[in-house]
Structures are given as structure tokens and as C-alpha cells.
Design a protein. Structure first.
Length: 404
């Protein structure tokens, strides 16, 4: 959503950006043309049962978001862009406000996934009444309120047409692409500068630029990212490198934070490591972009609750010219091309397969590595501004100053 805000700003809009401020904002959002509104995060501090908490949260947000949006929306507002998920209750609120408060506003839904499929990760049953209700909510709200839909995959577009009955002419496939903040490593000197700037991190890991390989994964430590497979793979790699008495090390950098992080750290600490060095870190935006450049291979643990979305983490890695090893699911082929810009697992739960692919590409099959590295560097040339300008910017051109 940050990239969208900047793109609207470049078109001459005054932008109001509303969201959860749980991490550092990119510098490009600190503009006089972009006003930022923090939506407080509501947490289950009283340990209420899930459904009771969810109902209380929705009612609280209805009041809070309605008041916020009524203050922001006025006669100069041309577009409201909402990211989905999450869509409950904000999509309904915007639909009502559009009808009765700001009838000239155009509502654009930016589909990154399906809200009901994420909810279904809790119930594992598409026929559960709560899941079916969420699916119906998404379908009805998008059908009745949306003037335009942006989707991150062609597969998601087809789903909305076939399952929700949305008009194909009102759906545009707008792929996520990296911003200019993500760039490939351009020299050995740059590598050394990044290592020196993060000397504490790399000295702890005992990094040797000549012999060691760096793996990076970015994770939110949520159920749709199976880090147990990664741990199993690292254990297999440790055995393989020990049996061959390798002088190299694999440096595994895990960036991000989330609810399941303590479990991951416990699994790591429960094992002994000699050839594998693992570090879980939370990085500022600027250093995150720099650290990605150093990776020999990125790993995406994202499964996709719907099978229809694509992880932004892979986009960031490609922007840095880093090939990726990804989990396998229906839409992933729209981004990762097996053997061209990365690798795709055949069996997502198989740590041995992941270990074999990592070891082979980093230490045995140099020609294949060169090929996927070149493919990733080619992907790094595909940028957000180009995608936006080619696909949608003409629909939002201004004749005069306005707000979004």
C-alpha cells in the first residue's frame, strides 16, 4: 500500500494513508503530500474466546473507522483504495459511506488475497459457518461497492470472475514489483561496506566471504509460513556438511517477527550447529534492503492460504537480484520460474528435498546457479513504477488537484 500511496502522490494527489503503524515507514512516505493516520491495533489482552473477541473487535472498529473516514472523506476525494485482506469491517463501512456520505468517490479494492481463506486457516473447513459468512461478506461487498479491482495474480482475477461474479472489465492484474530501494549488489566494495556496517551481526556469525554462503528468509512467523520445514532442512544440511567435512558454512539470516517466533527460536536452540549459523533479526527498512543484497539464495516459506497470492518477500529478493527457493502452490509460477530465476519445491513438507536443492545449487551445480542468478538479475529490472504506469496510471490521471 505504501507504493500505491507514492504513485498517487506522483500523479498530483494529496494522499491520506490509514493503517497500522507497527514498523518503520519508508522515507518516501514522509512527504507533505501524504498524511498518515494510525489505526490502533486492538489486541486480545483479556484472553477472550476467539469469536467473542472478534465480534467485540469488529464493533469497536466500526465506530472508530467510521469516525476516522467521515473526517477524511470530503468533496475533493476522488478515490478510496482499500487493501484486502483485511476487509472486515472497513469494506462495508466504505460501501455505506460511499452510498450515503460521499457518493462521488470511486472505491478501488486492492486484492492481495482472500479474507475468508486466511480465516479458514483457523478452522480448516470451508463449510464452517464463520468461514462461509466471511466469504459471502467479501463477495457481496465487492460486487455492490467496488468500482475497480486490482489483483496481484492472473489466477486471483479468474477466481473473482468465476466465484464472485465480478466484471472482468473492472479487474486489473497489477503485479507487485520492488521499489528502487531494492537493488542488486554492484561490487565487492559494496559488499564489504555492508558487512562493515553490520559488523556485530557478521562477526557473531563468523562470516567468511570466500567460503561461506548466505541464505535469507523473511517471515512473519504466521501459520501460512512453515518454518519447521526450514529447520528440518538446516538439520539435514548440517549432517551433509559434517559428513563431507566441509570447510564452508551456511549463514542463515531470518528477518522478521511474529506470533510464532518463540517456537522457531526454541527449535533452533534445541539443536547443535557447527556448519550452520542461524541468526533471527529485526532490521530497519534501510538495512533490510542492504542485507538482502548479500544473499546467495533467498527462501520463501509462504504457502498461500488461497493458492492465489504471491509473497512480497520474493519480490524484494528479486529486486535485490537474489534467486529464490519457494514453496509450491498454484499461483507461484506467475513469479518464480523453476530453473530460470529460482527453484520450486515439489513436496512442501519435505525438509530433505529443501536441503538437497540448497546444497546442490550452492556447492555442486555452479552452471545452474549462474542461470538462476542471471534470471533473478533480469527480474530486478521489473519495477513498481513501470508496472503502475503501464497498467493503471491512466485511470487515475488528474485534471485538477484532488485527494485519495
Amino acid at each position: 500500500m505504501a507504493y500505491h500511496a507514492r504513485s498517487f502522490q506522483k500523479l498530483g494527489y494529496q494522499v491520506n494513508l490509514c493503517g497500522y503503524l507497527e514498523s518503520e515507514l519508508p522515507e518516501f512516505l514522509l512527504s507533505p503530500d501524504i498524511s498518515i493516520y494510525d489505526i490502533p491495533v486492538i489486541k486480545n489482552t483479556r484472553n477472550l474466546p476467539y469469536l467473542i473477541f472478534a465480534i467485540c473487535k469488529v464493533f469497536s472498529q466500526i465506530i472508530e473507522l467510521t469516525n476516522l473516514l467521515k473526517d477524511i472523506l470530503d468533496d475533493s476525494t476522488r478515490f478510496v483504495l482499500i487493501q484486502n485482506p483485511p476487509s472486515l469491517p472497513v469494506l462495508f463501512i466504505l460501501g455505506v459511506l460511499k452510498r450515503y456520505w460521499a457518493p462521488n468517490v470511486k472505491l478501488v479494492i486492492d486484492w492481495h488475497n482472500l479474507n475468508w481463506s486466511i480465516l479458514n486457516m483457523k478452522y480448516h473447513n470451508e463449510n464452517h459457518p464463520v468461514v462461509k459468512l466471511m466469504k459471502l461478506y467479501e463477495k457481496l461487498c465487492s460486487t455492490h461497492f467496488a468500482d475497480l479491482n486490482l489483483v496481484v495474480t492472473a489466477a486471483l482475477k479468474q477466481y473473482l470472475i468465476k466465484q464472485f461474479g465480478l466484471d472482468a472489465d473492472k479487474i486489473i492484474t497489477l503485479y507487485d514489483r520492488p521499489s528502487s530501494a531494492f537493488e542488486p549488489l554492484d561490487s565487492q566494495h559494496s559488499l564489504q561496506e555492508i558487512v562493515n556496517k553490520n559488523s556485530t551481526l557478521f562477526s557473531e556469525l563468523g562470516y567468511n566471504q570466500l567460503t561461506d554462503r548466505i541464505l535469507i528468509t523473511s517471515t512473519s512467523f504466521t501459520p501460512d509460513e512453515d518454518f519447521t520445514v526450514l529447520v528440518d532442512a538446516l538439520l539435514d544440511l548440517e549432517k551433509m556438511m559434517s559428513s563431507q567435512k566441509s570447510k564452508s558454512k551456511i549463514i542463515m539470516i531470518v528477518t522478521g517477527k511474529g506470533p510464532m517466533q518463540p517456537q522457531f527460536l526454541h527449535m533452533i536452540k534445541s539443536n547443535k550447529w557447527e556448519h550452520i549459523r542461524i541468526k533471527s533479526v529485526w532490521l530497519p527498512v534501510s538495512e533490510y534492503c542492504n542485507i538482502l543484497k548479500l544473499a546467495d539464495l533467498g527462501i520463501s516459506l509462504h504457502y498461500s492460504s488461497s493458492g492465489l497470492d504471491l509473497p512480497m518477500k520474493i519480490v524484494d529478493l528479486f529486486g535485490s537480484g537474489v534467486p529464490v527457493l519457494s514453496m509450491n502452490y498454484p499461483a507461484i509460477g506467475e513469479l518464480v520460474k523453476d530453473g530460470v530465476n529460482g527453484m520450486i519445491l515439489q513436496r512442501n513438507k519435505n525438509g530433505k528435498e529443501m536441503a538437497d536443492k540448497i546444497y546442490n545449487i550452492l556447492f555442486n551445480d555452479n552452471s545452474s546457479y549462474i542461470k538462476i542468478k542471471e534470471g533473478a538479475l533480469l527480474e530486478s529490472q521489473r519495477r513498481w513504477d513501470n508496472e503502475w504506469n503501464e497498467k493503471v496510471s491512466k485511470r487515475f490521471l488528474l485534471g485538477n488537484n484532488a485527494r485519495t
